[in-house]
Design a protein around this ligand. Structure first.
Ligand code: 6PG
Length: 245
């Protein structure tokens, strides 16, 4: 695995603040034009969304950002499980985003149709690689305890890491919940991938992957290394406590 750029902070709030400042820096560096940002679900990003809403209203060029999701649960947007609904409540209701640039997965479609439509939308809106993969400026990802990211799980990673489609349907191995997920080639086409990982429940998995321990390649996160983009891990001390360097 290419050595990622590790950023370790004292705790979750510090990780959120560091990422928020990193977002501002990336927007400044890109100077003009649209900024394509994929969000992740789960609990870790909640601190970030709340912080952005409370303290970054006037620090971020909200009108430049196009929002996407690395994965979305196939539920209505007002369902508590909805990643889109979560961000709407915590962030979009509080800052001046351009709502036509908030690109939610159309979960009113059946999952396969929703995945195909989302992949087409991404390809229409974003610059693409020579192979046709849409290029996100920033792909913010989390990691589950099983080493999954987006909705690429150990149980389905063989297909999803090399899937020829931009988005595909994944099934959560425990709940059976259907999700739309960006596939491995899309994640690795990003200009920058940033993993936000906090808490001692992730310590062992983070160490296995970063230290390239035996068996690390069975975890999907170990395969997310942008082809030509940057790879950063934003960790708190708890998650990073057994990283070997
Ligand atoms: C989702 C996420 C998922 C998440 C990880 C980590 O829809 O659940 O996209 O990939 O990032 O499960 O979740 P936590 O931050 O809650 O540990």
């Amino acid at each position: 695995m290419t050595t990622p750029d590790l950023h370790v902070f004292v705790d979750g709030p510090a990780v959120a603040r560091a990422f928020a400042d990193h977002l501002v820096k990336m927007l400044n560096e890109k100077k003009t034009g649209p900024f394509f940002w994929a969000l992740s679900g789960g609990s870790t990003p909640k601190l970030l969304f709340k912080l952005l809403a409370e303290e970054y209203r006037n620090k971020v060029d909200w009108e430049r950002i196009h929002f996407f999701w690395g994965d979305e649960r196939c539920v209505p947007h007002d369902d508590p499980e909805s990643n889109y609904g979560e961000v709407m409540r915590l962030l979009f209701d509080h800052v001046p985003v351009v709502h036509s640039q908030v690109h939610a997965v159309n979960t009113s479609l059946d999952p396969e149709a929703a995945a195909a439509a989302y992949g087409d939308l991404m390809t229409q809106l974003m610059p693409t690689t020579p192979e046709g993969w849409p290029i996100l400026d920033l792909n913010m990802l989390g990691m589950g305890g099983d080493g999954h990211t987006a909705s690429i799980f150990p149980s389905n990673m063989e297909e999803l890491l090399t899937d020829p489609r931009v988005c595909a349907v994944a099934v959560h191995p425990d709940s059976g919940q259907k999700r739309v997920t960006m596939t491995g080639p899309v994640l690795n086409a990003s200009d920058e991938v940033v993993f936000l990982i906090t808490g001692n429940s992730k310590t062992q998995r983070v160490a296995q992957i970063i230290n390239e321990e035996h068996g690390a390649t069975k975890f999907p996160v170990a395969h997310i290394k942008p082809t030509s983009g940057k790879l950063r891990w934003f960790l708190d001390e708890a998650a990073a406590s057994e990283v070997g360097y």
